[in-house]
Design a protein around this ligand. Structure first.
Ligand code: KG4
Ligand code: ZN
Length: 339
């Protein structure tokens, strides 16, 4: 009989402190402490994030172990996010994972945050299918926008990525202009559901190959709203749903255009999405429609595995454990990290 491997995973790349316990490919617990402190500032303040991780990490790990019904002496390995992310945040998870692995005398496994968003699809979940290799991954979050060709667990090729802002930033910065608290992406999504996506037209950037650009769109929206608000101070209030729907529509068009191009170029029609922005209901719908329209097969992860979480770190931890890929205590956090 296959041995049960228990892995504790830690995620602390940005503003969420996460801990999860996995038994092989199954998630026994997945705990996230969100930091509300950043809302007031309209964005993540690195120093505050780091301090909050330090306060949260011990209780979050404690709850994850308790919920999983696992004693720390039963663990086989500790996985943690090595990067990319905010240095002060990454360091908290790194030093915690190192100390625990040393004290328990079990292996340490360093995980790439963006690999984790992709391999979240390999978590065993009832009703969710795992994509077969090769597939294309569209990873869309507050820090990244990438199309990756995934040939195997270890062979990943970045086909295109953003040259400036990430798609999540386009959502959050527009949301800030509209007066929403941070992170405003989910609020745009909610309002867009009642609005007309064709009410306002925004231009899509012309970026070569499979790369993306979102900073021009953000500026265009800002200037448009400033101009309209000068004419009518209640412009935002009167058009909120339509503004959200139009912005979201443009962002989805940009993403779908590049995905279509990637499918054409690679001949791969299996698409797996990941990252916080894949929680967006418009993007989910556009992908589901593409299945019928173009004959694609899209994979959308369970909601709790789309935004930053430790379960996705744990599944990569398990895959690396099986492949015998471990880190020593010299391993350093990386704010920017090669794919
Ligand atoms: O993956 P994630 O939790 O953290 C990063 O690694 O960045 O992604 C967070 C991003 C934020 O920009 C947030 O506004 C966005 O995901 N987001 C959404 C939605 N839910 C989260 N954006 C649009 N629609 C949503 N429903
Ligand atoms: Zn992320």
């Amino acid at each position: 009989m296959e041995q049960n491997i228990y892995i504790l995973a830690i995620e602390s790349s940005c503003d969420d402190t996460g801990a999860a316990v996995l038994c092989n490919e199954k998630v026994l617990s997945n705990v996230v402490a969100q930091q509300e402190i950043h809302e007031a500032y309209g964005g993540v303040i690195p120093e505050l994030a780091s301090r909050a991780h330090q306060q949260n990490i011990v209780p979050v790990v404690d709850v994850a172990l308790k919920k999983a019904g696992i004693n720390k002496n039963q663990l086989h390995a500790i996985a943690f996010t090595q990067g990319p992310g905010l240095m002060g945040s990454l360091l908290v998870g790194n030093s915690f994972a190192k100390s625990l692995s040393l004290s328990l005398n079990i292996p340490l496994i360093a995980v790439h945050h963006m690999h984790a968003h992709i391999f979240a699809h390999f978590i065993e979940e009832e009703g969710f299918e795992k994509p077969e290799f090769p597939f294309l991954a569209l990873t869309i979050s507050g820090g990244h926008t990438q199309i990756v060709q995934v040939n195997s667990h270890s062979d990943l090729i970045v086909l295109g990525e953003t040259t400036d802002d990430a798609v999540g930033e386009a959502f959050d910065k527009t949301a800030k202009t509209l007066g929403f608290p941070y992170p405003g992406g989910p609020l745009i999504d909610r309002h867009a559901q009642n609005g007309n996506p064709k009410a306002f037209g925004f231009t899509k950037p012309k970026v070569p190959n499979l790369n993306f650009s979102f900073s021009g769109l953000k500026t265009q929206i800002l200037y448009f709203i400033q101009k309209e608000t000068q004419k009518n101070p209640d412009f935002i209030k009167e058009n909120l749903d339509d503004l959200c729907a139009s912005v979201q529509y443009t962002i989805i068009e940009i993403l779908m255009d590049k995905l279509k191009k990637a499918v054409e170029e690679t001949g791969i029609q299996k698409i797996a999405i990941g990252g916080g922005v894949s929680a967006n209901s418009g993007i989910r719908k556009a992908l589901q429609d593409a299945d019928t329209k173009y004959g694609w097969k899209t994979f959308i992860p369970k909601f709790e595995y789309t935004t930053d979480n430790a379960a996705m770190i744990g599944i990569v931890g398990y895959l690396k454990y099986q492949a015998g890929i471990f880190s020593d205590t010299e391993v350093v956090s990386q704010a920017r990290m090669e794919f």
